[in-house]
Design a binder for this molecule. Structure first.
Ligand SMILES: Cc1cc2nc3c(=O)[nH]c(=O)nc-3n(C[C@H](O)[C@H](O)[C@H](O)COP(=O)(O)OP(=O)(O)OC[C@H]3O[C@@H](n4cnc5c(N)ncnc54)[C@H](O)[C@@H]3O)c2cc1C
Length: 453
């Protein structure tokens, strides 16, 4: 071991890379991290953090409208200033970048600014320096992918959308995953005329069907224009904007087109092809339970391995990896079945466990408890927004196998329910829990009659 410059060389200072580097260093390992772009990776710079800040900004639109019914009247119609939001966001992210640098520094991790290339199982090069390490961790994340069609040079991807020079009065997003749905809600809320174009019949594949349909209807109520079973044929630059031609014959004129059409592992030029490393069918790095690739000294985690592409998953994998390789313990395998997840569209969606459709296959007999109601706040606000809450129960064992919500702060609420679902609690446990009144959340412990079986 002493022959190597480092015990661990991490490529990529994103969610997973930084956590792995810091926790490994705490065990006494000599660790270096190479980062060629931004500290904190996708989540901090062009993902979770700026997106949530923009989602907060978009929510103010409704807050101003809701306020009237409670007696609040604004002296003049509020107007939105894109540059203020964008530049305040830039300032906040700069602050976070510095915090990340400080965290690495205080853990004794050497940070190298530059693009790393893997030379062999124990060597990397960065900025013309060759360094050796007993273990190399590939934590390079993913990169947006844009489909090929005439005029695709006019689209922006999720890396560029946050820093647009001008606010798009007319906005179109292509895609049906959570990133597409979130940006559609954000720009709709900020005041753009917003279109979402998706080639299948409904967005958010993999989520509970009732949740998807409910979210579709709520988003349409807010004025979002949804074009399902349609795709972009071409984009043409015209005076004052972009003309987008769709496969259904429609033509839309907009200022900005966001392609939120998926992300691919960020492996180009990394050098791993030289090592003939094993990939999955989707082109991600294949790893075992110890996060080892087919070259055992090369480890990988996070988005580049093709698991659930979420920051808390990358963090959990990093800590698990350090337990295996540096604390030399045998941790129980990570539980990927009960990963709660939120979509910050408006209203928010959050889910944990199985959808109704998955539960029917996995459990056979199930009970579904669902309620769809007007939240108390909207009795005075005048908003037509409704809330959906749903529990999916395995009939034989009474275990709650799935919980779903569409409504304000769904992520905040489902995070707590996720503990109960992961612990395998039964519907009887939910029923025996006293509610907090008056909240929307209390519905989750007062759903007494099955909606269907
Ligand atoms: C728009 C958007 C919104 C999202 N919202 C959420 C959310 O709300 N909640 C959530 O949990 N997740 C969200 N995610 C996903 C989340 O950001 C990722 O799952 C997470 O960042 C993955 O972490 P990672 O460590 O695998 O990679 P990343 O965080 O992507 O970090 C990889 C790092 O490696 C660097 N790098 C790459 N190649 C090299 C090289 N050769 N040399 C040096 N450095 C290199 C990159 O510059 C980058 O900094 C979102 C993603 C996007 C795009």
């Amino acid at each position: 071991m002493a022959d190597f410059d480092f015990d661990l060389f991490v490529i990529g200072a994103g969610s997973g890379g930084v956590r792995a580097a810091r926790t490994a260093a705490v065990t006494g390992a000599r660790v270096a991290v190479a980062e060629d772009r931004y500290l904190g990776g996708t989540c901090v710079n062009v993902g979770c953090v700026p997106k949530k800040l923009y989602s907060y900004a978009a929510h103010f639109h409704e807050a101003f409208e809701d306020a009237g019914g409670f007696g609040w009247h604004l002296p003049e119609a509020p107007h939105f200033e894109w540059a203020t939001l964008r530049d305040n966001k830039i300032g906040e992210i700069k602050r976070l970048n510095e915090i990340y640098a400080g965290l690495l520094d205080s853990a004794g991790v050497r940070l190298i600014n530059g693009r790393a290339h893997v030379l062999d199982a124990h060597h990397v090069s960065v900025n013309d320096e060759t360094l050796s390490a007993e273990k190399i961790l590939v934590a390079v994340g993913g990169w947006p992918w844009v489909p090929d069609f005439p005029g695709n040079e006019h689209v922006v991807d999720s890396n560029r959308i946050f820093d647009l020079e001008r606010f798009p009065e007319r906005f179109l997003v292509l895609g049906g995953g959570y990133i597409a749905v979130e940006f559609a809600s954000i720009f709709n809320g900020l005041g753009s005329e917003t279109h979402l174009v998706y080639r299948r019949e409904l967005f958010l594949r993999g989520f509970d069907q009732q949740v998807r349909e409910f979210a579709r209807d709520e988003m349409a109520k807010k004025g979002l224009q949804l074009h399902f079973e349609a795709n972009i044929v071409s984009i043409e630059k015209v005076e004052g904007g972009l003309r987008v031609s769709l496969t259904n014959g429609e033509q839309l004129e907009v200022d900005t087109v966001l392609a939120a059409t998926g992300r691919r592992p960020n492996l180009a030029g990394l050098g791993l092809d030289r090592l003939d490393i094993a990939l999955t069918d989707t082109g991600h790095l294949r790893v075992n339970e110890r996060f080892e690739t087919s070259v055992p000294s090369i480890l990988a985690l996070g988005d580049v391995t093709g698991g659930p592409e979420l920051t808390p998953v990358a963090l959990a994998e990093a800590m698990q990896l350090v337990k295996h390789h540096f604390e030399k313990t045998q941790p129980a395998p990570l539980d990927y079945r009960h990963i709660p997840t939120a979509v910050f569209c408006h209203p928010n969606i959050a889910s944990v466990g199985l959808s109704e459709e998955q539960a029917r296959v996995a459990c056979g007999e199930i009970r579904v408890y669902a309620t769809d109601f007007r939240p108390m706040k909207h009795t005075l606000s005048g908003s037509r927004e409704r809330c959906l809450m749903k529990l999916v129960v395995d009939d034989a064992s009474d275990v709650v196998v799935g919980a779903h919500m569409v409504g304000e702060e769904a992520g905040e609420l489902i995070q707590g329910i996720a503990v109960a679902v992961r612990a395998g609690l039964t519907k009887a446990d939910f029923d025996a829990t006293v509610g907090i009144h008056p909240t929307s959340a209390e519905e989750f412990v007062t759903l007494r009659t099955p909606t269907r079986r």
